[in-house]
Design a protein around this ligand. Sequence first.
Ligand code: 5GP
Ligand code: ZN
Length: 113
Amino acid sequence: MDCIFCKIANGEIPTEMIYEDDTKAVFKDLNPQAPVHLLVIPKEHISSNNEIDSENKQIVGEIFELIKNLAREMNFDKNGYRIVNNCGNDGGQTVKHLHYHVLAGRNLNWPPG
Ligand code: 5GP
Ligand code: ZN
């Protein structure tokens, strides 16, 4: 499958990993929108939030717990951060592999554009 995040997850595209285990990978966004801009992905190809089901839903909780731990380790837990999942065209999803943006290091505007 021609999926850029699958290729990052399986090492086909060499990428500096912030964190990696059997089921998840975390790396910096190519085009950062904040001083900290991480992407957190399941290694399994899940196209979007629309494909979450009873078989794969556990990874979502694991990802959110991982983000909590990274926030503490990278020292932005106290100041705060934003977790974003873009889904589909109206959501602004450009890469069709489920991913969570983690933005931190500046005061983030609300509402988003
Ligand atoms: P989306 O718009 O789908 O929510 O977010 C996709 C994100 O992936 C964008 O913020 C974009 O900058 C990032 N991105 C796209 N291709 C690559 C890549 O090859 N490497 C990295 N590190 N980030 C990428
Ligand atoms: Zn994929």
